[in-house]
Design a protein around this ligand. Structure first.
Ligand code: 3HC
Ligand code: NAI
Length: 704
């Protein structure tokens, strides 16, 4: 008997208990253990029914994702489930926590399913680039109906137990809170009342209904064309469910599911999505910080500045149930800021995301003020005033006298030196950067910028609060622009060079969206407003190396009042009330004139060159960031780009992309670019070294 699955008996009930922390993933040992325990239960003449349940916090949260991409080990999960389903004794899944993926598939192999009310079930395989491969696409439609199964399988949604009961996935919603008690109570009832139920594989009624009207398949495929653009597995999920209707029998349906599952397993998207799944969790692990270190309690927050970012940050706190005081310099600015917050909430309410009462409740957690002294009760204060060192130093200088001892003092600066800001406070150990992304209440990334003197406790508190606000926190060291904006700048500079050399903004944007970014850099520029970049360039004028190639196209746009969407034109033009970017001959003329002025003969630049230059620029700067220790690991860079800049999740991130392409190829590309433009391209030493060794960023990181 394996040590992760045990068999025991209580009265007439045999208990098969899985104990494979943290989430009871169905690893090889669990699969073998289930088979062994099932055999033992079947052979136990005192057991009239068998309950399968999870020890610890959950039922089975799915297949062991760490086994993916390796040689499959026997027994396959599908075989384990077939044995459960055809066992000569009644089997009951007793569910708490989550029954996800292979976990729900195991439960669907049982004759009955009972769950505690707090449980959730789902088939989230699609989020990992695969599909339910142990019968889920064949069994779920048989219990929940084809339309519900399609919705669950293509979204990967975790369905709360009460809803799962309504959908027919669960046979019983237990009043017990303890899962063992729930399982035993239901199993005893099954025995006492002689309850019987057909194996799911033999239930055909819901499939017959669906065969009469198959329009749901066309509808979902059309929907996925929009919502799952560029993705492979959602469409295979639909094919697999359709096979449940078309296959001559259940076994043939399983076979088709298996083939489609294998296609997904072999797709590059699967590897990218699984890298992203683990990456999201990896970035929360901070090397060098004691695991048991506790962050400080943040029961009240303060935000300084109620502009674009301050307003969004205040909403994050209010949404998480933390009262927040927002300080502005004038009543006008405060009214504008608070008005914008309310308007945002009201839009959400109109879309049905909140009730009016919830809007009032959230607004009730936000208090406006014109006096910094009102922040004296805050446990964490986030500054979001203008991007000027002078203004920030003044604000932080005052905060020292106001903030209570131990309060975290954070800046939302995009570029500025956090150490310089910290130096004005007299308590640099409590100071760090908390760089939210716009719109702050929506974007998931939080760059947590650790200053030279930031204490571990301060860092821990910022990461904990980030998690509470629903963010993915990634730690960055101090440098101009931190991880994300520093790389963005290099990438955008290269794209601007391409404009002068022969490309047009819409060609660059098309190349990047074809790769999977939701928007290209020029459409994003128009959304954010071209004045931000303009101000930043003026800030840099004094220190810019005069020999550096400077592209002035964006300055011309600014001079002509083309500030982006807000003025109806920028890199594109916009029609009234519409955010759709339209290519504009005026912009083309500006660009052509810029090339001519510099004596550049424009050349055709194809999408492949645009993409390669963009990604190589990111990777090369990413390598420097790693070498300088600004990011802990390549995966931190990948997550910054995914959650802050829309890098396609299935591509994993720039560093993962580079590993997959081969670092020698990346170096060869950069050397080719550098041959023509040695001033702006030189291979980062770490990249060069790893390529020469035939290594990868991932291997380098593992060896650190
Ligand atoms: N396999 C391996 N490890 C897993 C895992 C899995 N299926 N699910 C979670 N883990 C690991 C995490 O990596 C993490 O490890 P760490 O502590 O070393 O970082 C640990 O378990 C705890 O996970 P979380 O931090 O995510 O814990 P939460 O409590 O926040 O969430 C959860 C728990 C909801 C179960 C979440 O982990 C989750 O969504 N897991 C993935 C579920 C899933 O996708 N299942 C389908 C798998 S594919 C499948 O079943 C194929 C089948 O059809 C054949
Ligand atoms: P904004 O101009 O929209 O808002 C700044 C607000 O701060 C204004 O309302 C202003 O009245 C107020 N303010 C100025 N001095 C103040 C003071 N001494 N006390 C109280 N309030 C004061 O600017 P935005 O865009 O919100 O940027 C704020 C900070 O966030 C900047 O450091 C910026 O670099 C950073 N940031 C901006 C992002 C963006 O996309 N806009 C993204 C991420 C960070």
């Amino acid at each position: 008997m394996s040590n992760v699955v045990s068999y025991s008996r209580e009265g007439e009930i045999g208990l098969i208990t899985i104990a494979n922390p943290p989430v009871n993933a169905s690893s090889q040992a669990v699969r073998q253990g289930l088979l062994d325990a099932l055999a033992q239960g079947v052979a136990d003449s005192g057991a009239k029914a068998l309950v399968i349940l999870g020890d610890g916090r959950t039922f089975i949260a799915g297949a062991d994702i760490k086994e993916f991409g390796k040689t499959p080990l026997d027994p396959p999960l599908g075989e384990v489930i077939n044995q459960i389903e055809t066992a000569p004794k009644t089997t009951i899944a007793a569910i708490h926590g989550t029954a996800l993926g292979g976990g729900l598939e195991v439960a669907l192999g049982c004759r009955f399913r009972v769950a505690v009310r707090s449980a959730k079930v789902g088939l989230p395989e699609v989020l990992l680039g695969i599909l339910p491969g142990a019968g889920g696409t064949q069994r779920l439609p048989r219990v929940a109906g084809v339309d519900n199964a399609l919705e669950m399988i293509t979204t990967g949604r975790h369905v709360p137990a009460p809803e799962a009961f309504e959908l027919g996935i669960l046979d019983e919603l237990s009043q017990e809170t303890d899962v063992k008690a729930a399982g035993l109570a239901f199993a005893n009832r099954v025995i006492a009342e002689g309850l019987a139920s057909k194996p799911v594989r033999d239930r055909d009624e819901k499939l017959t209904q669906a065969r009469a009207d198959r329009s749901v398949f066309a509808e979902i495929r059309a929907k996925l064309e929009k919502s799952a653009r560029g993705l492979f597995s959602p469409f295979r999920c639909v094919d697999a469910v359709e096979a449940a209707l078309d296959a001559p029998d259940f076994v043939a349906g399983l076979k088709r599911e298996r083939e489609l599952f294998q296609e997904c397993m072999d797709s590059p998207q699967r590897a990218g999505l699984i890298h992203s799944f683990f990456g999201e969790r990896e970035v929360a692990k901070i090397p060098g910080i004691p695991k048991d270190l506790k962050g400080r309690t943040v029961a009240a927050a303060g935000v300084i500045g109620a502009g674009t970012m301050g307003g969004g940050i205040a909403m994050c706190f209010a949404n998480a149930g933390i009262p927040v005081t927002v300080v502005e310099t004038s009543q006008d600015a405060l009214d504008r800021g608070l008005g914008k917050i309310r308007a945002n909430y009201e839009i959400s309410a109109r879309r049905g995301r909140f009730t009016d009462a919830q809007v009032d409740e959230r607004m009730g957690r936000i208090t406006g003020s014109l006096d910094l002294a009102d922040l004296k009760g805050a446990d964490m204060i986030i500054e979001a005033v203008f991007e000027s060192m002078e203004v920030k130093r003044e604000v932080f200088g005052k905060l020292h006298a106001i903030a209570k001892p131990g309060a975290i003092l954070a800046s939302n600066t995009s570029y500025l030196n956090v150490d310089e800001i910290a130096a004005t406070t007299g308590r640099p150990q409590d100071v760090l950067g908390m760089h939210f992304f716009s719109p702050a209440n929506v974007m998931k990334l939080l760059e947590v910028v650790r200053g030279a003197q930031t204490s571990d406790e301060t860092l821990r508190t910022a990461l904990d609060i980030g998690k509470k606000l629903g963010k993915i926190g990634v730690v960055s060291g101090v440098c101009d622009g931190f991880i994300g904006n520093r790389m963005l700048k290099i990438y955008k500079t290269q794209m601007d060079y391409l404009l002068e050399d022969g490309a047009l903004p819409w060609e660059v944007d098309a190349a990047m969206t074809a790769f999977g970014f939701p928007m290209g850099p020029y459409a994003v520029g128009d959304l954010a407003g071209l004045d931000i970049g303009y101000m930043n360039r003026r800030r840099e004028d004094a220190t810019r190396d005069p020999s550096e190639r400077y592209v002035a196209i964006a300055d011309t746009l600014y001079d002509r009042g083309r500030l982006g969407q807000k003025t109806g034109s920028g890199w594109y033009r916009y029609e009234d009330g519409n955010r759709k970017p339209i290519p504009d001959p005026e912009v083309e003329a500006i660009i052509l004139a810029a090339s001519e002025e510099k004596g550049i003969t424009r050349r055709p630049i194809d999408a492949d060159e645009i993409l390669t230059r963009a990604l190589c620029a990111l990777v090369n700067e990413g390598a420097r960031i790693l070498e300088e220790g600004i990011a802990f690991r390549p995966v931190d860079i990948d997550m910054v780009w995914q959650f802050g800049y829309g890098f396609p999740r299935y591509e994993g991130g720039p560093m993962f992309w580079a590993d997959r392409r081969g670092l020698d190829r990346v170096v060869a590309d950069i050397e080719r670019f550098a041959a023509k433009d040695p001033n702006s391209w030189s291979v980062a030493p770490l990249l060069k070294k790893l390529a020469a060794e035939g290594s990868t960023f991932k291997a380098w990181s593992a060896a650190q």
